[in-house]
Design a protein around this ligand. Structure first.
Ligand code: NDP
Length: 395
């Protein structure tokens, strides 16, 4: 029985708080903390009403390391689930080390002033976590997260050598808005407008943003045009999968979404540097975020499904084989269960599963770990039962 502290009360934080509260065996107590107290209290009331469990609440700015350390020392959780924004990762890791607590997140660190994300900053904590005997689990969402574990499962059970991996991510749902992002708009737009990148024969290859596409037939959704993007799990998988020759990431976007994005880029409202406006300095993308719908607010009328998986090709017993391993998730079903849309749900459920793996000791270690470094079997068994069933097809 262990206490868990969740930081962040947005779309993903809401799912994590609901599902953690529903997990009455592994988590003896649940606390939800975030920068503003109002969303935290709203979620706590909703959780008590829906699942009959009282969770504790706190207000904390996770960038204030001494304040967060104080909260962790007082509450003494076994693990912190960080579902605030990537900008907070290093501060939360610092506080976890100071308070001797395990750490988990769903997105790698990204500096505020450069639209660049990579694991180097967090991998640099390896020695400090190892020395402290604490565990930091990185990227326990869906992608990164379940996709890494899918690859580890294929490597463990289905192929002797994994040569080619294509991670394919489709949101085939509709929220009925002209333009909205399914998770934090600032992080989402920074990711999509970045240059594409994939790994082949030991080196990284770059492409212009959204310049490479292909059709892919997604189970539960159908054929959709998918665009090559850089995504963070490529970095750790390229390092940890043995015998890999190429790994790429693809995501679907509708015509209307791409048209809006193009216009916003052209007029400069996705800029991340400061501009002078009526005597004040503003960052255009932050202003845009304030105008766009809050991702959590899309949930109520969302219809359709997400379909995300890994197409893995390699060798088994000397023969070439290809497997597709995937999950389909229905927006309306997730709304019924935890008042969230499927993009938040597919991120929040693996975060809770990762934390359960850590508090039960099914996954343990001292240091900083990516998901594929752990045994895939207990995680996949749990995540399926917790709401994300998965399937394997030979193709
Ligand atoms: P939201 O913007 O909806 O929520 C972020 C939450 O973090 C808000 O409650 C926000 O509070 C809080 N927060 C921000 N700054 C601080 C701070 N300094 N201290 C404390 N709390 C803070 O984002 P999402 O829920 O959509 O996304 C959460 C995370 O999940 C992101 O890191 C995102 O990249 C990741 N993600 C991962 C995916 C995966 O599959 N691996 C997929 C989708 C998302 P406030 O409202 O006051 O600003």
């Amino acid at each position: 029985m262990s206490k868990v502290l969740i930081i962040g009360a947005g779309g993903v934080g809401g799912v994590v708080a609901h599902k953690a509260a529903m997990e009455k065996v592994a988590f003896s107590e649940v606390m939800l903390a975030s920068r503003r107290i109002a969303p935290v209290q709203k979620l706590a009331a909703e959780i008590e009403q829906m699942h009959g469990r009282k969770i504790q609440t706190a207000q904390v700015d996770a960038d204030d390391v001494p304040a967060l350390t104080k909260l962790l020392k007082e509450y003494q959780p076994k693990v912190v689930i960080n579902v605030a924004l990537p900008y907070q990762d290093l501060h939360i890791m610092d506080a976890c080390l100071a308070a001797n607590v395990d750490y988990l997140d769903t997105a790698n660190y990204e500096p505020l002033d450069v639209a660049k994300f990579e694991y180097s900053w967090q991998w640099a904590y390896q020695e400090r976590f190892a020395k402290a005997g604490r565990m930091a689990l990185l990227g326990s969402g869906f992608d990164p997260g379940v996709t890494n574990v899918f690859c580890a499962y294929v490597q463990k059970h289905l192929l002797d050598e994994v040569h080619y991996v294509d991670i394919v991510d489709c949101n085939g749902g509709s929220h009925g808005k002209a333009f909205a992002t399914n998770f934090n708009p600032e992080i989402n737009i920074r990711e999509i407008t970045a240059r594409g990148r994939f790994w082949e024969n030991g080196e990284w290859k770059e492409t212009d943003p959204l310049s490479v596409s292909k059709m892919f037939d997604y189970p539960g959704v159908g054929e959709r045009k998918s665009f090559l993007l850089y995504h963070e799990e490529l970095e750790s998988l390229a390092k940890n999968l043995k015998g890999l020759k190429r790994i790429r990431f693809w995501m679907t976007f509708g015509e209307a979404y791409l048209k809006h994005l193009e216009v916003m880029n052209n007029i400069g409202i996705t800029r991340i540097d400061e501009v002078e406006f009526e005597g004040k300095k503003i960052v255009p993308i932050k202003f845009l975020r304030a105008l766009l719908p809050d991702p959590a607010s899309l949930a109520e009328n969302y219809t359709g499904k997400t379909s995300i998986g890994c197409l893995c090709e390699g060798i088994k017993d000397g023969k070439k084989k290809r497997f597709f391993i995937y999950n389909i998730c229905d927006h309306a079903e997730t709304y019924k269960e935890v008042r969230a849309q499927a993009v938040s749900y597919t991120t929040g459920v693996p975060a809770v599963t990762g934390a359960v793996m850590m508090v039960t000791g099914k996954w343990k270690g001292a240091g900083v770990f990516n998901m594929e470094q752990m045994d895939p079997d207990p995680f996949l068994e749990d995540v399926g039962k917790r709401g994300l069933p998965w399937h394997v097809e030979e193709r």
